[in-house]
Design a protein around this ligand. Sequence first.
Ligand code: ADP
Ligand code: MG
Length: 516
Amino acid sequence: MTQINEILKNYYGYDSFRPGQKEIIYNIMRGRDVCAIMPTGAGKSLCYQIPAIAMKGITLVISPLISLMQDQVRILKSVGVPAAYINSSLTPRQTELALSRAMMGMYKLIYVAPERLLTKNFLSFAVNADISLVAVDESHCISMWGQEFRPSYRKISDFTHQLKKRPVVAAFTATADSTVKNDIINKLELVSPYCLTTSFDRPNLYFGTLSFDSGGTSLDDSRIKYITDYVCEHKDESGIVYCLTKKDTELAAQILRDNGCRARAYHAGMPSEERRIIQEDFTFGRTKVIAATSAFGMGIDKPDVRYVLHYGMPARIEDYYQQAGRAGRDGEPSECILLYSYRDYYIIKEYFILRERGDDEKKQDGLTDEEREEYICAQLEALDKMKNYAVSKRVCLRRQLVEYFGEKIGSTCKNCSVCLGDINRRSGNQEKLKLSEYDEELYIRLKAKAKVLSIRYGIPVFAVADDKTIMELVREKPQNETQLRRINGFGTVKIRQYGSDFLDVIRDYTKTKQNK
Ligand code: ADP
Ligand code: MG
């Protein structure tokens, strides 16, 4: 399959596949259904985008989030892949236009929200179109037992039934235990699918815990101070501070701003338009840190989040791992630090869990008293496991996390606060410190160029050239296109588009330095 390696290099600029990607792509292209369970950051998008580029016909990508569709389509277009999205952000006129173009076969990939599938317009396009692949992203949404059930996902199989020829159906998710996985396979009616679960370990993530005795103060000064110091030390980097309450997000964001950090709060109580803007500012790097409740979730597709701090403990390890896992999707070293105090445990237990007993509204939910009591017990048990993680000083944190998901790793990971016996070992931009003064200047110029190009093309800086790629440019100082092609992150399309912009900076720079 040299073809898929070529696509990987030409369109994405990458030299090798990550675990599982090749197998999935291979199976899809052979015409087999797929059910892939891979953690956040594993690179699931590539697994359906590459077959989409390689195969004849159209690929439909079913995705629950509008902002995510827009980001992906923008990035695909920027590397020369014709793509479009159809969702409620389009006017009826725009939808019509997109569909008529789709009908003419102008797109390789079409992102669509599940509730669109059975609409008249969309169906009249789809039944006549040559659809070779239906990729279902975030496919755990189909299951009531998953964390984010969306009834409209149940329409997907009705939709595929109406097509002339059944396409390959490939399901992707980052969170699925065996119940949810079976639900995905059954509800999507996958036919003897190739199932693959890759390791949930994320070696590039550092895990740390710190206990704080809040001493009953509601302001929780020491934790806030820790967060402020941390964020100020990492001002150039993007990060998320997860908080338990809306009030905490506002408080944390305000204090961070007072200390000169570009911070915003984010929670479900904000108008959706405001939330959209905050999210976009974060993706583009205009806002560096978001203090958020768990509402800041699935839609974040930003690969270069360098840290996730938890100001307050989530109710379950699943939630913690999912939120922490938003760090370091690009595979670069990143930190996940949980700042725990007994107050968190108390709040979750008293206000989020036990309150259900007395809540009359909840009593309308159809559960019997006995069932409710069982549910409460399960939640308390999950909370205790979370607390044990937060306060544990002896067992490797990574081991605790992956064992929770049923995996084993060696005894010490050497990348958590238990194994290292400390915290705070990563200083901001570690790798950059190794650069000589000479290189540092080139780094700054290339970074500035990437920023200019990002504005010109309307895509985030990381989609033009991420930090790793820029570091490689600084180290290798390519002087022509052939040398540029050897840089990880530069493929044919990017070279055509921005190659000379970067080469000019490097050549200019080398020349002035030589003349000195
Ligand atoms: P997921 O959907 O599984 O969370 P994404 O598809 O968003 O992950 O990919 C996360 C990041 O990893 C993206 O920035 C993507 O470009 C990058 N990536 C994916 N595959 C590779 C690869 N083979 N080599 C290098 N980077 C990759
Ligand atoms: Mg994804």
